[in-house]
Design a binder for this molecule. Structure first.
Ligand SMILES: [Zn+2]
Length: 287
């Protein structure tokens, strides 16, 4: 047991921290879904799916939404949904690009921030991650860090090479950075896979054996179900899904655009996203 972290209850009482939901995942040997949100209709559909499956959700705001000017709106939407639902909701920053951006999210009421320094030299990643952890933990907010940059394109950020996490770096990193979750590159990629991904399960198991915090799998879109199940068995406790949800939503819009029924279009888009989210939740929960 570490020291009790002070919490600003007035700001985050309705929301849950990443640390709290990952504890549930650890205890049950499951993974909590981290679903990207970009608009009003998406989070509404996702929370309905979470309620139907009685599963906590991590709703994540990514760099695409932030670049589109949506950070504060999306934070407000998640807080409002949290006031109306019984399932635990985490408001999470995905792939935070700087210490300053994570501080902005602390101010906006996020209960979890990811700082992704995996593209920087190791020492810099350690230094910046430590700064983020110190600030976030001071106000009871959880932190996810990353080692071994994850390839593929997400929100316009592209990394071509598959980057497998270095076990020695994992050991050094967790010795000095008190993060609540760790994303690791094990051959996973962002976006939809063109072929079958080649996940390095031995490396995942070896990370876990080092006594890491709960591990995170990015790039959950298009990864075969059996690979996801195996990753969860080996210690993945949070799986990120963005692209596949957006595709489902857009397909709903495309299928109904000719009907010129404004709300009907969004209904179909939400239904598509809801159904896919329920499928993912059941998979991650081992149902
Ligand atoms: Zn990611």
């Amino acid at each position: 047991m570490g020291p009790r972290r002070p919490r600003r209850k007035d700001e985050i009482i309705l929301l849950t921290t990443l640390q709290e939901v990952l504890k549930i995942a650890e205890d049950t040997g499951t993974a909590i879904p981290a679903f990207n949100i970009d608009n009003l209709e998406g989070p509404e559909a996702l929370v309905e799916a979470g309620e139907a499956e009685n599963c906590p959700l991590i709703l994540t705001v990514g760099q695409g939404a932030i670049n589109a000017g949506q950070l504060w709106y999306l934070a407000d939407i998640v807080k409002r949904l949290a006031s109306q639902t019984k399932i635990p909701l985490v408001l999470h920053l995905d792939h935070g690009v700087s210490y300053e951006q994570t501080v902005l999210c602390l101010r906006a009421g996020f209960t979890s921030v990811m700082y992704d320094g995996s593209h920087h030299p190791f020492e810099e990643n350690v230094r910046e991650s430590q700064a983020v952890v110190r600030s976030a933990h001071a106000v009871g907010v959880s932190v996810e860090c990353e080692l071994g940059a994850i390839s593929g394109v997400e929100d316009g950020i592209s990394h071509k090479n598959v980057n497998l996490v270095d076990l020695q770096e994992v050991e050094q990193f967790i010795a000095v950075v008190d993060c609540d979750a760790l994303a690791v590159g094990i051959g996973n990629a962002h976006g939809m896979y063109q072929g079958t991904p080649n996940l390095d399960f031995d490396r995942l198991a070896a990370c876990r054996a080092l006594g890491t915090p709960p591990l995170v799998l990015h790039g959950g879109s298009g990864t075969p179900d059996d690979m996801i199940r195996k990753a969860i068995q080996l210690g993945i406790r949070k799986v990120n899904v963005a692209t596949e949800l957006r595709m489902a939503f857009m397909e709903g819009l495309e299928a109904t655009v000719g009907q010129r029924d404004f709300y009907g279009m969004y209904r179909q888009a939400k239904t598509n996203m809801y159904e896919l989210a329920r499928k993912k939740i059941r998979l991650f929960q081992g149902k």
